[in-house]
Each structure stands twice: as C-alpha cells, then as structure tokens.
Design a protein around this ligand. Structure first.
Ligand code: RTP
Length: 152
C-alpha cells in the first residue's frame, strides 16, 4: 500500500536553474500537497554525478550527460507524501520531452531529452539511494503534521 511518508529525490537540472524554472517546479510540488523535507543548491562534481547516474555508465550519452549535469548548479530536493515516487515521475512527464504530456514539467518547458529540466527517482529503492547520496547530512523534522491537512 502506498505510504504517506514515501520520499522521492527531485532535482532541477542546470538548464532548469539557468532558465529560471526553480520556483515553478517547487511550486508544483508544494501545490500538489507534497512536503519539502530537504533542499539545497549545489554545483556537483563529475565524480558525484557519476555515482548518481552509475546505472547509465556505458551508455553512449553518458559523457555528455555528466558534462551537462556538471555545467552549473542543480537544486537538490526531497519531497515526501502519498506515492511520492510515482506521482513525482508523472508530474515530470516522460524522459523524452517530445513524449511528455502538456501539463507536465517536461511537457510544458522542454523539447530535448538531453536538456529535460528535472530529475525524479524512478523507484522507492533508487530514491533511498539518491537521498543518501545527495543528503548525507539527513533531512529535516517538522514539529507540525502537514498530513492532517492533506490526507484523510
Ligand atoms: P532522470 O534520471 O534524469 O529523471 O531521467 P529518466 O530516469 O527519466 O531517464 P534515464 O534513462 O535514467 O536517463 C537519465 C538522463 O539521461 C539523459 N538522457 N539522454 N541523449 C539521450 O539519448 C539521452 N537519454 C537519456 C536525460 O537527461 C535523462 O533524463
């Protein structure tokens, strides 16, 4: 059963930051009812990004992907809420923006797969790994319960 405490790792990529889309993307997750439990602007090293994208090592686009992701700061975030991983991916749209529905982040702002604005974890297990990689310091604890406003 989906948990209201599920967490996903969402990252605005360098093109999203450069194009001024950070506020819009954060706003969509806030408005949907997810809870922001970690956030930072970070210019990641190629070594760090190679760990994040370890599963894609060997793909022809891998060197270009690392170069693009290291080209500027990214906004690293953890969002928590019901079915956060699957819902986060739905809000992002398909990996290739040309296949992303209008109304999704990529469907509204992107055209090219190599400049697709935003990352979202693809499974609960990958979310856990990504959160540990980007936030070794941990996430925040709130002293109020948003859940009572959002969920039954
Ligand atoms: P992401 O990890 O960024 O959320 O993307 P994803 O799961 O939807 O897609 P994945 O297959 O994991 O690919 C990761 C990122 O690599 C870039 N890519 N470029 N040029 C290409 O053919 C190509 N294919 C993938 C994209 O930036 C994609 O988001």
């Amino acid at each position: 059963m989906a948990s209201i405490k599920e967490r996903t790792y969402i990252m605005v990529k360098p093109d999203g930051v450069q194009r001024g889309l950070v506020g819009n993307i954060i706003g969509r997750f806030e408005q949907r009812g997810f809870k922001l439990i970690a956030l930072k602007l970070v210019h990641a090293t190629p070594e760090h990004l190679e760990k994040h994208y370890a599963d894609l090592k060997g793909k022809p686009f891998f060197p270009g992907l690392i170069k693009y992701m290291a080209s500027g700061p990214v906004v690293a975030m953890v969002w928590e809420g019901l079915d956060a991983v699957k819902t986060g991916r739905a809000m992002l749209g398909a990996t290739n923006p040309l296949a992303s529905a209008p109304g999704t982040i990529r469907g509204d702002f992107a055209l090219a797969v190599g400049r697709n604005i935003c990352h979202g974890s693809d499974a609960v297990e990958s979310a856990e790994k990504e959160i540990a990689l980007w936030f070794p310091e941990g996430v925040v604890q709130y002293n109020h319960d948003l859940a009572q406003w959002i969920f039954e």
